[in-house]
Design a binder for this molecule. Sequence first.
Ligand code: ZN
Length: 58
Amino acid sequence: MAYYSKRSVKEHVYQDTMVWQCSACHCWSRKEFVTAEEPVCPLCSSAMVEEMKNIRVE
Ligand SMILES: [Zn+2]
C-alpha cells in the first residue's frame, strides 16, 4: 500500500533559528554556538543583536 515518490534528491531544510546578527555588517552566528552573553562581531567588533533567522540546517 505504501507509495514512494520518485523524489530521491535530498532537499535542504530551513528552519527559523535564533542567531546573533552583527549590527554593522552581515556577519552572524547561530546562538547555540555562542557562549558569550554579549558577543561582539569577530569581523568588525561591533555589538551583535539577537535575531530570528531562517537558515539552512541540513
Ligand atoms: Zn560585523
